[in-house]
Design a protein. Structure first.
Length: 265
């Protein structure tokens, strides 16, 4: 049977699709956004990816392009799920004859048929090279900036960089937490810049230049939707000025945003 990656931020959809595929004998991996999906692909290349088009940090088209930019994953077929219920025109990540676009809600037998058809056309798995590390499309990310003050030593040569429009701060923090990364995350927004210092995946300090510090600075930067980020891996010393887990920070930021919307609504 096949290894299939299901990417969807809807827990119910994840459970439903996973149950159908597992019952058919497939091994199923789950991810809730683009970053988590790239980590899963880096750890173990799937034979097929089923992805919702409308993900929290990116879309299914961009995810497919990033996955297929890795030579060992260039032939992975995709099933794209459109939650609008209307089949849109195929995006740039769609390959005719290799992919399928399915509208939600869908009949389970339709999904099973799409998966079976794509797997029947897949290349011989002995020709595939196993992935050994997480890599992303070089056109999306660029070379890191010089060392950032506040961390010891020089930056890791493969620091992670990208656009906030594609991957928000919350997704980057989740990746760093999952990978227990230490280093400095520099953000450049439309009107300000900021720094987030992480130790083994945990935010220990943060500041928006000339403004907020600590958890308030993190909440501020989590709302930035345009700009760039650059993460440089390094040891980070000093006290933990946050005192909260990354998960708590993200939940508290979401709560504060909801309260703000209720007041202004």
């Amino acid at each position: 049977m096949a290894r299939i990656l299901v990417v969807d931020d809807d827990p119910w959809a994840q459970r439903m699709v996973s149950a159908v595929l597992s019952h058919a004998g497939h091994h199923v991996d789950l991810a809730s956004d683009g970053w988590e999906a790239l980590i899963r692909v880096g750890r173990s290349s799937p034979d097929l990816v089923i992805t919702e088009l409308h993900l929290p940090t990116t879309d299914g088209w961009a995810l497919a392009e990033a996955v297929r930019a890795q030579p060992e994953n260039a032939d992975i077929p995709f099933v794209f799920l459109d939650s609008t219920g209307n089949l849109r025109a195929a995006g740039p990540g769609f390959r005719t004859g290799h992919d399928v676009l399915v509208g939600k809600p869908f009949r389970l037998e339709l999904l099973e048929g799409a998966v079976g058809g794509l797997l029947d056309r897949r290349p011989d798995p002995t020709d595939r090279i196993e992935a050994t590390e997480t890599r992303v499309d070089a056109s999306t990310f660029r070379t890191p900036a010089p060392p950032t003050p506040g961390a010891r030593g020089g930056p890791h040569p493969h620091a992670l960089t990208g656009a906030l429009e594609q991957f928000g701060l919350s997704s980057v923090l989740i990746v760093c937490e999952l990978e227990r990364k230490s280093g400095v995350l520099a953000l450049s927004g439309e009107q300000s810049t900021g720094r987030v210092f992480l130790r083994e995946g945990r935010v220990v300090r943060a500041h928006v230049d000339g403004a907020a510090r600590g958890a308030i600075a993190v909440y501020d930067m989590l709302a930035w939707t345009r700009g760039r980020f650059e993460f440089s891996s390094d040891e980070v010393g000093g006290d933990d000025e946050i005192g909260s887990s990354t998960s708590f920070l993200l939940l508290e930021a979401a709560r504060l945003q909801d309260e703000s919307k209720q007041r202004t609504g």
